[in-house]
Design a protein around this ligand. Structure first.
Ligand SMILES: CCCCCCCCCCC/C=C/C(=O)SCCNC(=O)CCNC(=O)[C@H](O)C(C)(C)COP(=O)(O)OP(=O)(O)OC[C@H]1O[C@@H](n2cnc3c(N)ncnc32)[C@H](O)[C@@H]1OP(=O)(O)O
Length: 300
């Protein structure tokens, strides 16, 4: 069976073929203190790759709130694809460089007062992020060190495992309806695979943001840990995942996700048209403007 990236690219990435190397104990180099670290960054993504463990820490770095602008989305996909092709990388911990915010979701200013061409390019980039992250062969762990609405939550849901900082101020969920917009079918499918149909329906209709204990209870996150333990827990969890023979884990992941991925791949252009038509409506533009104004008023 083809692994996930095959669904999209039609050729086996080198890393897939070499995936079982060191699979019995992938973190052995790290525990023996042989640390070879490579740092690289685009403008808005910081990456630290530990070649000994095969784990990259990928930090969103778009202050103040890590909103997902077209630029960030593009850099995100380039970074994941670069890591995917790098034989020394087999797992990614996705986290935020900003204190208290994992990601504020899509940059709303990219969806306001722009041309149809811009909306189409933006939405294609959002789709690409989902296809790249949800379809990654690598082990992906979300280290959610802050609030995570809408597409911020989507990014976390694309990962294989979610660890969240247990802070009463942090919330997570798909809140799109609260903005007067609608989460598209592939956001919905991603959540349904985690929460089930009934809970997803309720969650999406209400645009519900969950506190951390609520998120743990419904299974939206897998583990809550004190804020200062998020990174170390993610490092320990990813080692367990990397200890599973890579080809078997990847094929299993593909089996679980490929229907959802194929659905978007097969309806990509129609989904872009839907978005452009929807977001360009006067009533939707007005809703987004009201929401942005409210955000700004909260501070006064
Ligand atoms: C038929 C069906 C067809 C379907 C077609 C598809 C339809 C469209 C689907 C679109 C899917 C959308 C997904 C999204 O991700 S939408 C974004 C949702 N995000 C939010 O609601 C979060 C909003 N932000 C907040 O709640 C808070 O900012 C936050 C809790 C994240 C942080 O609070 P804090 O108090 O720390 O910071 P501020 O609120 O003061 O924010 C600082 C500045 O950042 C600006 N900001 C915040 N969030 C965003 C954002 N998402 N985009 C752009 N800008 C944002 C905020 O306004 C402040 O700016 P100023 O300093 O200039 O005031």
């Amino acid at each position: 069976m083809a692994a996930l990236t095959l669904l999209r690219r039609g050729s086996a990435p080198a890393r897939l073929l070499s995936g079982t190397l060191n699979a019995r104990n992938p973190c052995i180099g790290a525990t023996q203190g042989c640390h070879l670290r490579r740092h690289f960054s685009n403008n808005k993504i910081l990456v630290e790759l530990d070649e000994a463990s095969g784990v990259a820490i990928m930090k969103l770095n778009n202050p103040p709130v890590n909103s997902l602008s077209l630029e960030l989305l593009t850099e995100f996909c380039i970074t994941i694809e670069k890591l995917e092709m790098d034989r020394s990388c087999r797992g990614v911990i996705l986290t935020s460089a900003a204190p208290k915010i994992f990601s504020a979701g899509l940059d709303i200013t990219e969806m306001c007062g722009k041309s149809a061409e811009h909306y189409a390019a933006f939405w294609r980039a959002v789709q690409e992020l989902w296809l790249t992250l949800y379809g990654s062969n690598m082990v992906t762990i979300a280290a959610i060190n802050g609030t995570s609405p809408a597409a911020g939550c989507l990014m976390a849901m694309c990962c294989d495992f979610r660890i969240m900082a247990d802070n009463p101020k942090y919330t997570i969920g798909l809140n799109e309806t609260q903005l007067g917009i609608v989460a598209p079918f592939w956001f919905k499918d991603t959540m349904t695979n985690i929460l089930g149909h009934r809970l997803t329906e309720q969650s999406l209709q209400l645009g519900q943001m969950y506190t951390t204990p609520e998120a743990l209870k419904i299974g939206l996150v897998d583990q809550l840990v004190p804020e200062d333990k998020v990174q170390s827990t993610a490092a320990a969890v990813i080692c367990n995942w990397l200890a599973v023979p890579a080809h078997a884990r990847q094929i299993t992941k593909s089996m679980m996700r490929k229907q959802n991925i194929e659905r978007l791949v097969n309806h990509r252009e129609a989904d872009i048209d839907n978005f452009v038509n929807f977001i360009g409506k006067d009533s939707i533009q007005k809703s987004l403007q009201v929401y942005m104004d409210r955000l700004k008023q909260r501070k006064q």
